[in-house]
Ligand binder design. Structure first.
Ligand code: PAF
Length: 296
């Protein structure tokens, strides 16, 4: 496995591979490090689909708000490199902030509408920062395919739309959420949770699992479903709800609150963000009640 800390080293390593074998396909897994089994599953999928796999590890300051956890975001380079190697990554790109942004970037990349709600609303500017770094990384790596976890379903929708709008020649491959055996969605931020917060956080996956059955009840409206899920989550005293929303996916447009859930057509995203102490967790589920066509 080749480790590149500069853009020049990355370009050189890729050029070598592509000169040896001009037709090779490159899969790309962008991450912020502190890797877990969710990231490992993305690397393995890329290894299965492509000739070489590039992993990036970069905690991108542009996507953190002023009161967010950029400084304390967990980092463990040695552990990450071991996980990358054990799962078959060929090249790891791990630049510093100065390497990635030698001058303060003045460019912002805004994808409208799909960022209006969910994390786009509660973390202003977050997806502009994601857009800038992901497009920079796509330019550097020039992959045929890029792999993203569906835990950040809105991020997948934003990046898909960005690549479509800008004719970026990259196939975006959404990959399933990986969970602990007890249901908690894997996240690098789970490490912040105390034992009690972690226990109470299990209510999120439980609420999401019950949503399909609830939504199938006669006459339950979109608003009614959200109310029921909110009260289920509020039974955990440490849960502080940021949002719970049911939206059309991947457009992320709102549904009429008074519509009966089981009559809503198409693919839907039920997404939530809930704080336990200082830790904000997100989770979601893709649902369909009346099948039209599936986008995922
Ligand atoms: O999902 C993440 O870890 C980040 O948002 C990404 C895509 C690596 C961009 O910094």
């Amino acid at each position: 496995m080749i480790i590149c800390r500069t853009k020049q080293q990355l370009r050189h390593a890729l050029r070598e591979e592509r000169t040896k074998q001009p037709s090779i396909t490159t899969g790309f897994v962008p991450t912020m490090g502190y890797l877990h089994e969710g990231h490992a599953s993305l690397i393995r999928q890329s290894v299965r689909d492509n000739d070489i796999t590039v992993l990036s590890i970069f905690v991108n300051p542009l996507q953190f708000g002023p009161n967010e956890d950029f400084d304390r975001y967990p980092r463990d380079e040695q552990r990450d490199l071991l996980l990358a190697e054990n799962n078959g990554a060929d090249i790891v790109f791990m630049p510093t902030v100065e390497e990635m942004y030698p001058i303060k970037p003045l460019t912002r990349l805004t994808v409208d509408v799909v960022t209006d709600r969910l994390c786009g609303a509660s973390r202003p500017g977050h997806f502009d920062g994601v857009g800038v770094v992901v497009s920079k990384l796509f330019h550097l790596v020039q992959p045929q395919r890029a792999y993203f976890g569906m835990k950040d379903a809105q991020q997948v929708a934003v990046i898909q739309r960005m690549t479509d709008d800008l004719d970026m020649p990259v196939e975006i491959v959404p990959c399933p959420i990986v969970r602990e055996p007890d249901g908690l969605a894997l996240s690098s931020r789970n490490v912040y949770l105390s034992a009690e917060e972690r226990l109470q956080a299990l209510v999120l996956s439980k609420a999401l699992s019950e949503a399909k059955e609830l939504g199938e009840r006669e006459g339950l409206t979109v608003e009614g479903l959200i109310t029921q899920l909110s009260s289920m989550i509020r039974k955990s005293p440490l849960a502080d709800i940021d949002y719970i929303e049911l939206l059309a996916y991947p457009d992320l447009t709102p549904l009429p609150g008074e519509e009966a859930v089981k009559e809503v057509q198409g693919t839907l995203l039920l997404a939530l963000a809930v704080r336990f102490g200082k830790t904000r967790l997100i989770d979601n589920r893709i649902l369909s009640f009346v099948e039209v066509e599936s986008h995922v």
